[in-house]
Design a protein around this ligand. Structure first.
Ligand SMILES: *[C@@H]1O[C@H](CO)[C@@H](O)[C@H](O)[C@H]1NC(C)=O
Length: 197
């Protein structure tokens, strides 16, 4: 089984050009189901990683927030492509979820929520976690952008709410992820080594 898991990415490598495959900060292919922290491509005053936090009127951490501290790499995330595949090419439909579901939230799966005026922000869980606001479930994609990557959101229903994921600091100084047609948030993927038992 181990051999199979190791050869599959290599085989796919042979059929896809390097540029089409999403790579982590070690230069290895991003692996479906493995754990990564999503960091800004530019080190320094651009802040740190992503974590589930409270930005609205929910008592639970249902919003995807970005740390103001560059030494805070945030919480591990998983990328789950819709198709069974050993690597993640760019422009592939996938779900993104926090590995750990926070207490009081239905899941760590990313959705978008219309909780900042007309702006759709990134949150986790489902409609029940965002009472009073519209939510949209959908899929994400990773594409190259600058010297890193950007994330995009594509809702299951047809509509104008698809777009790149950018960042925005709200009036309460929460650093949110938002769906935007302006500058996308450029990121890199730092693998979290997990001990298997
Ligand atoms: C990703 O990049 C490809 C190739 O440049 C492009 O065709 C596609 O529209 C992009 N997708 C998104 C969601 O930006």
């Amino acid at each position: 089984m181990k051999i199979l898991l190791l050869t599959l990415p290599l085989l796919l490598f042979a059929f896809t050009t390097q540029a089409d495959i999403v790579l982590d900060t070690n230069g290895d292919p991003l692996l479906p189901g493995a754990q990564y922290k999503v960091m800004p491509v530019i080190w320094g005053p651009t802040g740190g990683g992503l974590f589930p936090g409270k930005a609205g009127n929910s008592a639970y951490p249902v919003n995807v927030l970005k740390s103001f501290s560059e030494v805070d790499f945030g919480k591990p995330l998983r990328f789950l492509p819709l198709i069974r595949i050993g690597i993640i090419p760019t422009d592939t439909y996938l779900n993104i979820e926090f590995v750990e579901t926070p207490e009081g939230v239905s899941s760590g799966n990313w959705v978008t929520v219309k909780d900042l005026g007309e702006t759709w922000t990134v949150g986790i869980g489902g409609p029940q976690d965002h009472e009073g606001f519209d939510t949209l479930e959908g899929l994400f994609k990773i594409n190259k952008s600058g010297s890193g990557y950007k994330l995009s959101f594509l809702p299951y229903v047809n509509g104008p709410m698809s777009g790149d994921i950018g960042t925005y600091i709200d009036d309460d100084r929460n650093w949110r992820l938002v769906v935007t047609d302006e500058q996308p948030y450029e990121v890199v993927f730092s693998k979290v080594e997990v001990e298997s038992s």
